[in-house]
Design a protein around this ligand. Structure first.
Ligand code: HEM
Length: 547
């Protein structure tokens, strides 16, 4: 009753003061804390409630590059209640990317997010695992499976088979519109590259064919190929990983309230979860099928080299490599949920990255005829034209100029825009002190084009990575160990890097060694899109068999 009396005695202006007071108090406290913060760095002014989210356009590359341009090589911004440090200079990241198994300061990419729990990936796999012990356990299994030499040999063998299959599809499609003796084909290489990468990941990681190239061929050909696969709709499967990546952001940065109640966001979240269920269902059936197959194979019989097989058998009765793992006190088999998370990370990490890098390679080599000719000369010297072209790992490694092209293209268009690290313990970087809970954003594009480390950084020139030309480029500028971050660095360095190089080199040898390749429109600008990662839009090319 008393409260009612007080309220009814208040005038409209009093109500306004009542509402405004806590707001003003919050704003004052917010800015007091901001301006009095220790170890200040330059950066944009955060606003109450929304912090620096007014800078977000969905394009991470643009955000990080504009911050570097305006505030320098080390600056800060505030988002989701965290202090975030943008680093764009290689010298400053040495400490962060130097692997140490004991120091946990930079061991995590993300902290715990309840959103990732809802998405079913929290504390599992390796890309977004916040639990150090669990991440180490998974990472060691993953590395053991994909970095062993027998995995490389198997990957090269599959590269041979899949490039041959791709060539057959191109030839069939090319011959559909045959106007002279020679066939030719106009096609979007980006789409083929995605399907090749999916087929490759699927077979070498799970031992299952995804037949993505075959499905894509069927879309374009009146004569269909038939195949049997656990992935009924591989077009949906590939799209599923793209959707997973774009939906991930809602679970990482949005509160449960926003995720479940705000109209547009709510729908995106629902779609991402439905997509997740679809991907999990396929991955689960692959695991189940392989477990059953392994049970039926007599003990002592040599098993396939795919990662799924390794993950199932490691630390079980059948395993012969157990000593490696036991040394680190993680002697236990992996559960199906853990295996599924690793398969998800492999597809997630391995399809778009490889396919987009290859598309950029095709664009640049076609734009620069001298580079293209030098590359073809190198390919011809190792894989002479009109021979069997059976790829071998050690021969792929001899392709130094092709390797230089991959480095240079990836320097200009790194697929992964930023390397994130969550600071677990207070630390010092470049003379600045950072508290636990700070988030580091390593600006890959900024480092790849830093004028103190790269002469004429905007110019495409693979010679800067070609050993024979090194002296010319290394004269004035000192290239830092961390000035090229294609595959990241430190303990989180990409475990699929060798597989990716096998795929990229194999595709280059097949495409440019056997075909005349041109861009359909040499004047069309490259369709680059940067959101959470950098991707290549359609890239129509014209191919015909080389004479
Ligand atoms: C050209 C192709 C590729 C590029 C450019 C690329 C790039 C990267 C980068 C920059 C990172 C982050 C590293 C860091 O934070 O320091 C990463 C992590 C990762 N990549 Fe790749 N990658 C490629 C291919 C692959 C393939 C084929 C696989 C599949 C086996 C793969 C699986 C992963 C996984 C699982 C991680 C997370 C590692 C961790 O957090 O410990 N990547 N990759």
């Amino acid at each position: 009753m008393e409260i009612y009396n007080i309220l009814s005695a208040l005038k409209f202006a009093d109500f306004l003061i009542l509402i405004a007071f806590p707001f003003i108090a919050y704003v004052c406290q917010f800015y007091f804390k901001y301006f009095m913060r220790p170890n200040k760095l330059p950066g944009p002014l955060p606003l109450p409630f929304i912090e620096c989210s007014y800078l977000l356009t969905g394009n991470s590359k643009q955000l990080l590059m504009s911050l570097q341009k305006k505030y320098g090589d080390i600056c800060e911004f505030y988002l989701t209640g965290s202090r975030r440090i943008v680093i764009s200079r290689p010298e400053y990241i040495e400490k962060i990317l130097t692997p140490s198994n004991k120091d946990t300061t930079f061991m995590l990419r993300f902290p715990y997010f309840e959103g990732l729990e809802e998405l079913g990936v929290s504390g599992k796999g390796i890309i977004s695992n916040h639990d150090i012990k669990s991440w180490k356990f998974n990472r060691q299994f993953f590395d053991n499976a994909v970095l062993k030499p027998s995995f490389n040999s198997e990957a090269v063998e599959w590269s041979n088979k899949l490039t041959q299959e791709l060539e057959n599809y191109w030839e069939y499609l090319g011959k559909l519109n045959l106007s002279s003796n020679e066939w030719s084909l106009e096609t979007d290489i980006t789409n083929w590259a995605h399907r090749f990468a999916c087929d490759m990941i699927s077979i070498v990681i799970t031992g299952e064919r995804s037949y993505s190239m075959a499905s894509y061929y069927n879309v374009h050909s009146p004569v269909k190929v038939t195949f049997e696969t656990i992935i009924e709709d591989s077009e949906r499967f590939i799209q599923g990983f793209k959707n997973h990546l774009s939906g991930f952001i809602y679970f990482l940065y949005f509160s449960p309230f926003l995720r479940h109640h705000i109209p547009f966001i709510k729908d995106q979240v629902k779609a991402t979860l439905k997509n997740q269920d679809y991907l999990f269902e396929i991955l689960d059936s692959m695991i189940k099928k392989r477990r059953k197959e392994i049970k039926e194979i007599p003990v002592g019989t040599e098993l396939r080299n795919d990662m799924l097989t390794s993950l199932i058998i490691t630390n079980t009765e059948r395993d012969i490599n157990r000593v490696n793992i036991a040394r680190d006190n993680i002697f236990r088999p992996m559960t199906d949920v853990e295996i599924r998370a690793n398969l998800l990370d492999s597809f997630q990490g391995g399809i778009d990255t490889t396919a987009n890098t290859f598309s950029f390679i095709v664009y640049y080599t076609c734009q620069y005829p001298q580079v293209k000719q030098k590359m073809i000369d190198e390919i011809d010297s190792i894989f002479p034209p009109n021979t069997s072209f059976h790829l071998k790992y050690d021969e792929l490694l001899k392709l130094e100029y092709c390797n230089a092209i991959i480095n240079e293209v990836s320097r200009l268009h790194p697929i992964v825009i930023e390397l994130q690290r969550f600071v677990k313990n207070p630390c010092e970087i470049a003379g600045h002190r950072f508290e636990a809970g700070t988030v580091i954003h390593i600006n890959t594009n900024g480092i790849h084009t830093h004028k103190d480390h790269w002469p004429n950084p905007e110019i495409f020139d693979p010679n800067r990575f070609y050993k024979k030309n090194e002296s010319k480029y290394m004269k004035n500028k000192v290239r830092n160990k961390f000035s090229l971050l294609i595959f990241g660095g430190g303990l989180h360095i990409c475990p699929g890097r060798k597989l990716a190089m096998i795929e990229l080199l194999s595709l280059m040898v097949m495409l440019f060694g056997k075909y005349d390749v041109e861009l359909v429109d040499i004047n069309a600008p490259l369709k680059v899109k940067s959101t959470a990662t950098t991707t290549c839009g359609e890239l129509p090319i014209k191919i015909k068999p080389r004479k």
